[in-house]
Design a binder for this molecule. Structure first.
Ligand code: NI
Length: 389
């Protein structure tokens, strides 16, 4: 099927929709205006629409002309708590919220695909289900949607998703099998000492010194205890304790994140953190508690489906347009949870161009190059018609 003409006819609508969504960014689990605008369009195009899925999520189901497989297409819809500084005429009208991660583009690409597929629904063998997912940035929207009754009862044969990506040139898309984004864990350590006068340390157990030693020791897990060829990050992002210059506090709290791909490396780090922190605390007459929270798993693309998608996209976008060796990112994505429901592939859609020398995503001046929108629509349309052909 050739989408060249229908996509070019849709281009002005895509730009218009993207700017509308860009103006009304809503942060995680507050995506009410966004969700209702999405639902309204899907209903107008004849979709079976479910709203309030997992909070503010929207599910749109399109039945083809004949029975067949079911493909899921997932787009995240939330904004970030960032004050926009782009100066664009369609800047955020919501103070303190901004589409700084390109999710306005993801919504638009999902809707553009929905529109074009609804126009040819009789030619599709099977079903396409669109998941407009809230709260990706806080990594809890996918879980919320997947726990809903409608998704629990749903059988999917495959699921795809993409992120607009400034590290990939405009016109290209990165697709590969295997791990592409890391597992995201969170930890809190409470170091408990004994407070007292800053000038009389011998009568106290100083948790600041113990916590400091702990922060440095945790860094040695990655540098000295893990195979250097297996990626891992341990970051302490918050350290808090004490009130003033001459008082030794009772306790200090550390909080941070661990990123890994290999499940064995992941559990090894959790275990070693506990042993190291306990050892340091005991040796210093202090005590400590570690809460290690296993978050979302790594995004791991299905090898067979990735290979098939690479082939489909090389044929439609051109051999050079498909990047097959983009290195994995230590960032996380809760698309990983959709991959537990069905074989899934997460892709990175290039938006870097001379016209748009991009700020990094999450920056207050970040904006997508809108020429990426029709390319994203084509990617999903080709995958959907190929899969249900
Ligand atoms: Ni994002």
């Amino acid at each position: 099927m050739d989408f060249t003409k229908t996509i070019s006819e849709l281009e002005q609508d895509l730009i218009h929709w993207r700017r509308e969504f860009h103006r009304i960014p809503e942060i995680a689990m507050e995506e009410r205006k966004t969700a209702s605008a999405i639902a309204e369009k899907l209903r107008a195009w004849g979709f079976d629409v479910h709203t309030g899925v997992g909070g503010t999520g929207v599910v749109g189901i399109l039945q083809g002309g004949e029975p067949g497989k079911t493909l899921g297409i997932r787009a995240d819809i939330d904004a970030l708590p960032v004050t926009e500084e782009t100066g664009l005429p369609f800047s955020s009208i919501h103070p303190g919220a901004m589409h700084a991660c390109g999710h306005d583009g993801h919504i638009t690409i999902g809707l553009g695909t929905a529109k074009l597929l609804s126009d040819i629904r009789n030619k599709l063998k099977g079903t396409v289900v669109f998941f407009f997912q809230p709260a990706e940035e806080t990594l809890n929207g996918a879980q919320a949607m997947l726990s809903s009754a409608i998704l629990q009862d749903m059988q999917l044969d495959a699921v795809v998703g993409l992120h607009i990506w400034p590290d990939v040139p405009l016109g290209k898309i990165a697709v590969r099998g295997g791990p592409v984004m890391a597992a995201v864990d969170r930890f809190t350590v409470r170091v408990i000492g004994k407070g007292g006068h800053g000038a009389i340390p011998q009568k106290s157990v100083d948790p600041i010194v113990v916590a400091s030693e702990g922060v440095l020791a945790l860094q040695r897990i990655v540098s000295r205890e893990i195979d250097p060829l297996k990626p891992a990050v341990v970051t302490v992002g918050r350290i808090q304790g004490g009130t003033t210059f001459n008082v030794i506090p009772d306790k200090v709290e550390l909080e941070g994140t661990v990123r890994t791909f290999d499940p064995e490396v992941r559990s090894f780090i959790a275990r070693r953190m506990e042993e190291i922190m306990k050892g340091i605390a005991e040796g210093s007459r202090a005590s400590c508690q570690l809460d290690y929270e296993y978050g979302i798993p790594a995004v791991h693309n299905d090898e067979k489906l990735s290979g098939w998608i690479q082939g489909i996209l090389k044929k439609s976008l051109g051999e050079d347009a498909v990047v097959t060796d983009l290195p994995p990112s230590m960032g996380g994505e809760d698309f990983a949870l959709f991959q537990q429901k069905a074989p899934g592939v997460y892709m990175f859609l290039g938006t870097n161009s001379e016209k748009n020398p991009s700020y990094p995503i999450h920056h207050a001046k970040y904006s997508i190059d809108e020429r990426v929108l029709p390319i994203g629509v084509r990617v999903f349309c080709e995958i959907a018609t190929g899969f249900l052909g």
